[in-house]
Design a protein around this ligand. Sequence first.
Ligand code: DNO
Length: 398
Amino acid sequence: MQPMRETLRWYGPDDPVTLDHVRQTGATEVVSALHHIYDGRAWSDDDIAPYKSRIAAAGLIWDVVESVPVHNDIKIAGPGRAARIAAYQDTIRALGRQGLTTLCYNFMPVVDWTRTNLRHKMPSTGYALRFDAVDFAAYDLFVLRRPGVAQDYSNAQIAAAETRFQTLTPDEMAAIERTLIAGLPATERKFDRASFLDALRDYDGITPADLRANLAYFLSEIVPVAEEAGIKLCIHPDDPPFSLYGLPRVVSTAADIRAIFAAADTPTNGLTFCTGSFGVRQDNDLVAMVREFGPRIHFVHLRNVTREPDGSFHEADHLGGSTDMPAVVIALMREQDRRRAEGRTDWNLPMRPDHGHLLADDIGKARINPGYSLIGRLKGMAELRGVMHGAIAMEGAG
Ligand code: DNO
């Protein structure tokens, strides 16, 4: 077995985590995007080339793009769809010309990744990101009060949310609202309550089958372009992998991935294997999913979650939580072996430790990207590197 390629996400020149910091973690590559062009406009060669050189000048590689945002008109088949898809195709061609190979994107309606609490105190005294299903329902039912909200919850959930709502102070609820709709790092849209309700209205009458069809159409338009440009596409699963605000979500389960793969049956149409997203559902068997989808996994996010019975979860240590991380890492390294034996040149998978706890000197810094402070990710990287090298040493020892 061989280790996976170690990468770290970098948010660009404004990221308080510098490229030198990335190198200090031992990572050899960054995963990044042109975070200043996040409005559906195409990225040109002139945008991409200097960004790539800047990373190279710091001694790092930029090969994996995360993400090129998919405009809402593409998700709802809105009037601007054709123009937005044309821009996306142009971006793919430019990335190919500039020598990048892998493009991670997602197809989550309205909200990208979602948490209710960015500072959940852990027994270690560090802080984790948390999704509290009861806080979420309390906000949705009693603050946002979107039309038809009650039909998305059971009576027991409504009762629990009401009790919670009564115990939360207005300040606490305002913090939950900010966390939910005002945007986490790398989400392209930020809302206030009124604009958020407007955005939800775009999805009135859009069923999961409609969203799946819109994704299939998008794939039929971009996969041939990506194939020609030498770009591997890898869709990121929904985070969390279930419906929020009554919105459809179609990238949550093994069955979803099967349907997406079938919609354009070529390795170019691949997957970002995010253990943190898939791992929120107990019915996702992660090792089985690596075995099934392995040949089309192009990028790996390694993160652990501790699941709670009511759908809540928090982000655990990379080797803690509900997911057997070493088992997943070993399954991925076996997939690399399988590819090598097959003669595939793209056998070496890029992985990144996804998110990390807020720890040590990062606590109290004026500016951090939640989940993306340095020290927590450095710890995650070190632990995951240990798993990889430990597994290799065990194999060698027979
Ligand atoms: C959260 C990330 C997401 C992810 C996008 C991919 O930390 O995993 O922001 O990058 O959903 O498109």
